[in-house]
Design a protein around this ligand. Sequence first.
Ligand code: GTP
Ligand code: MG
Length: 202
Amino acid sequence: MNLNLNNVSLRISAGFPSQFPRDPIPQIAFSGRSNVGKSSLINTLLGRKSLARVSGTPGKTVTINFYEVDKELFLVDLPGYGFAKRTESEKQKWSLLTNGYFTDNPNINRLKLVIQLIDSRVGPTKDDRDMLRFLRESSLRHIVVATKNDKLNATQRNHFIHAIESDEDMSGTDCIILASSVTNEGKDDIWNCILTCSGLKT
Ligand code: GTP
Ligand code: MG
């Protein structure tokens, strides 16, 4: 199927689980720590500069943003974790929303793939490992996308690939894709996974 990427909009910036859309179309979620590049990757995939908000003050807006793509698919921008400066009430909101999405969601069967982002320069953090474990134990289909790959030189890149491929916490991952929102590296491979998992591939 050819999705019309001119027909894309932010359906809702949900602050509460009751606001999650119930349309019977597949959802692809983007998970990762704050500042890892989730919103940037969504913009890259959609060929837009600033549809998904890339914030200068990471982690401040705790919402789940649903981008509707050609009425066929939702790209779901989850709030980042691991943001130290969050207030107690922002942390509570994060838990309410994330639990509402992953564990207490009557529409969870519409979630076809979680794209777990990891910063290539940092490697998997403890929070990333906890998330990967959660995804594996919940049998949620997921891939790992290593972001900001443009910031690595060839040696660092090889080192990163080697480390991540032999990492036990990657064992539940369908594949690992190196990506950059600056060079568009990885874009086609990620789309391929999205369309395959959503059943939209012809
Ligand atoms: P939260 O919304 O706070 O959870 O962050 P996020 O994961 O959505 O990150 P965001 O897309 O806002 O990007 C954070 C910062 O990283 C921004 O300054 C981006 O410009 C930068 N960035 C994102 N992706 C890349 C990339 O592939 N390469 C480089 N060099 N910078 C990137
Ligand atoms: Mg963001």
